[in-house]
Design a protein around this ligand. Structure first.
Ligand SMILES: Nc1nc2c(ncn2[C@@H]2O[C@H](COP(=O)(O)OP(=O)(O)O)[C@@H](O)[C@H]2O)c(=O)[nH]1
Ligand SMILES: [Mg+2]
Length: 316
């Protein structure tokens, strides 16, 4: 978790107070002893601030090692340069805090009485607080980004991947189950309010991934906000083939329109399929009308094996 600036500040104050309660210097009160104690206190604040700040970049994956899908997903949120810049900003803040510390430590050596020491401490904390708050945007940015990074969907870009698309109710979930013989794993899809559903099946000892993105590849692209659009476009780094399902019970032109948009967004080979063939009197005529490659029934399983064979052929 990336903490807010107020939490960081509060944590450091609390830890330092606790630590200082354990520090005992021998002898009676003297200004020299008061200086020593104040010196320890400032160094303790600084040590805890540095600890808190150092922990932030450590919680992020090595940006150089992200796969193309993860990178595209992150870039849906912000350009990689901005992410690097904000992470670098944390190191810059650590340097500034170190110089504020050094200035305070120097002033302590010159302090003539306790009230002067107190003023130095107040000044030190005030300057640190200012620096943290001036950079609140950086902390907030990294907080939000981290919440997403740690819940990245566990898709493997090295596995061959089938992405399902088509109108709601076209039968994507049913086909995913028919392909994989099981219920998919569900993970939040970053930067969208939607989930990603991930299923697997084995073919010749190789695990093939099947991905369904309900609410994303099933509606007009115009309705997506720019971040959603980029998050969905990240799928192009994953998709080796798209299976686009037509629902013969819904408007044909609108579905063909969505197909065009999905093609433009992802640019992987597309296999088009009319589903619910079991409900059709003349499946081949409907298939021709939709301009589809296949007609199947995901529910009864009719045509599913042939479709699967074609998909595997495209996957190579
Ligand atoms: N008759 C028939 N119904 C189907 C077929 N495939 C899916 N359905 C039904 O259509 C509805 C929507 O299916 P679903 O897989 O949830 O569609 P999705 O929204 O694209 O995931 C469900 O009630 C399914 O049972 C099919 O091949 N034939
Ligand atoms: Mg579904």
């Amino acid at each position: 978790m990336v903490k807010t600036v107020d939490t960081i500040y509060g944590t450091v104050i609390r830890k330092t107070n606790k630590y200082m309660g354990t520090v005992k210097l021998p002898g009676r009160f003297s200004i020299d002893k008061a200086r020593k104690l104040e010196h320890i206190r400032i160094k303790t604040y600084d040590r805890y601030f540095a600890e808190e700040l150092r922990a932030i970049p450590k919680q992020f994956p090595d940006l150089g090692r992200l796969n193309a899908f993860q990178r595209a997903l992150l870039e849906a949120y912000a350009p990689m340069d901005r992410i690097r810049e904000e992470l670098g900003r944390i190191r810059a803040i650590m340097k500034i805090l170190a110089s504020i510390r050094d200035d305070a430590l120097f002033r302590i050596t010159r302090a003539k009485n306790v009230s002067e020491l107190k003023r130095i401490r107040r000044m030190y904390l005030g300057r640190v607080w200012d620096v943290l708050h001036k950079n609140k945007r950086t902390f907030d940015f990294l907080r939000k980004l981290h919440r997403v990074v740690r819940r990245f969907p566990k898709v493997d870009p090295k596995k061959k991947t089938i992405v399902l698309a088509g109108f709601p109710n076209a039968g994507k979930s049913t086909l995913l189950r028919a392909f994989t013989g099981s219920e998919p794993e569900i993970a939040p899809y970053p930067f969208t309010t939607q989930d990603i559903r991930i299923g697997h099946f084995e073919h010749k000892w190789e695990k093939i991934q099947v991905i369904d993105t309900p609410g994303l590849l099933d509606r007009p692209v115009e309705q997506m906000n720019p971040v959603e659009l980029k998050a969905v476009a990240a799928l192009k780094h994953l998709a080796d083939v798209i299976v686009f399902l037509f629902d013969p019970l819904q408007d044909r032109d609108m579905q063909r329109d969505l197909l065009t948009k999905v093609k433009n967004l992802i640019r992987a080979p597309v296999i088009t399929v009319v589903n619910k063939g079991d409900l059709l009197e003349d499946p081949d005529a409907v298939k021709a009308a939709f301009g589809a490659d296949f007609v199947i029934s995901a529910q009864t399983g009719a045509g599913v094996d042939e479709l699967k064979a074609k998909v595997l052929e495209k996957l190579g």
